[in-house]
Design a binder for this molecule. Structure first.
Ligand SMILES: [Mn+2]
Length: 326
């Protein structure tokens, strides 16, 4: 956590909440558990105050999220385009790109930018950005606690806990520090069901996920004496197994689990001339810097990007990019 505790920022946001009634909450493309947890916890908190909150994140998301409390506040682009919001919360969202034109920095509508990506562009009217926070929900939790901890219901605690759980990989990643565990403990006291969330979001795998895992592991190749691992998901694999790309959440970590592997890339064929790449780093290599070279972003140890070329051309580009990091 940053030394600056954002107290003065929180006061400004509390003032915004007190003076307005309609809030749009925007997350990043293909929202993950932290993004969804951030959006829903805020929406539930505002909703319980009699305020209107609508959530939107572009792209795809796991069906699993639809059973979370507050999931009904997630809207389509069509719905949010008609929503006459007065304030925007951008959560777990490092840049305004791919916000479907909803985020217009410099317009009359204030933007509260709450995020933990080091690559965050600080595009908000108020920026609560702390790259040392394990999850964006850690920052939302701090904000809601500053506003009114007694208004954090078990449903809100559940959504906040989910963000921490997912972004720490079930409390296994390096970002799992004492403050993360203290926050998780407090959220359990406030009603988050740790066992059920861990079971549903960390342990459980769909049948199609396991079917897809087989060819993806088969595709794994090691380079540079085993220091680099590259895995692939092709459309053919998805068709054969009946899986979707969302079923592959976490697959990249299998590559990182191999002894001696320092860098991992998982390439996903989107079309014949478009490839999505997830990167992971062990040790000290900065994959966010590589992702940025291709117009992507993320964290030092986990980043993503899209390349406008076929999966085989993308593989060559990424392999040489990863080699440049060694
Ligand atoms: Mn996050």
């Amino acid at each position: 956590m940053a030394k600056e505790p954002f107290v003065s920022h929180f006061e400004k946001v509390i003032d915004l909440v007190d003076r307005h009634e309609r809030f749009l909450i925007i997350g990043h493309v293909d929202p993950d558990g932290d993004c969804i947890g951030s959006m829903l916890s805020l929406a539930l908190f505002l909703g319980a105050r009699g305020l209107e909150a609508a959530c939107f994140a572009p792209g795809d998301r796991s069906d699993l999220f639809s059973k979370l409390p507050g999931a009904q506040t997630i809207c389509s682009l069509d719905e949010v385009s008609k929503f006459d919001h007065e304030v925007i919360f951008a959560v777990d969202l490092p840049t305004v790109e791919r916000s479907e034109g909803l985020l217009k920095p410099g317009s009359d509508i204030p933007i509260v930018n709450i995020d933990h990506h080091p690559s965050n562009h600080r595009f908000g009217t108020i920026n609560i950005v702390d790259e040392y926070a394990a999850a964006t929900t850690m920052l939302i939790f701090r904000f809601l606690s500053a506003m009114a901890e007694d208004e954090i219901t078990p449903d809100i605690a559940t959504c906040l806990y989910l963000g921490i759980l997912m972004d720490t990989g079930g409390f296994r990643f390096q970002n799992t520090d004492a403050e993360t565990m203290r926050a998780a403990g407090r959220l359990i006291e406030l009603g988050a069901d740790s066992y059920t969330l861990t079971h549903d979001f960390i342990y459980m795998r769909k049948y199609t996920t396991l079917k897809l895992l087989a060819p993806v592991l088969e595709s794994l190749e090691l380079y540079d004496g085993g220091r680099i691992a590259i895995m692939k998901i092709t459309n053919e694999m998805l068709e054969k197994t009946g899986a979707t790309f969302e079923d592959s959440e976490g697959f990249v970590d299998y590559g990182a689990a191999i002894d001696d592997v320092e860098l991992v890339a998982l390439l996903r064929e989107i079309s014949q001339d478009r490839t999505r790449v997830s990167l992971r780093s062990r040790d000290d290599h900065d994959v966010a810097s590589l992702a940025c070279r291709f117009g992507g972003g993320g964290h030092k140890k986990a980043a993503g990007l899209t390349i406008d070329s076929s999966i085989s051309v993308a593989e060559e580009k990424i392999l040489s990019g990863l080699r440049s990091l060694l």
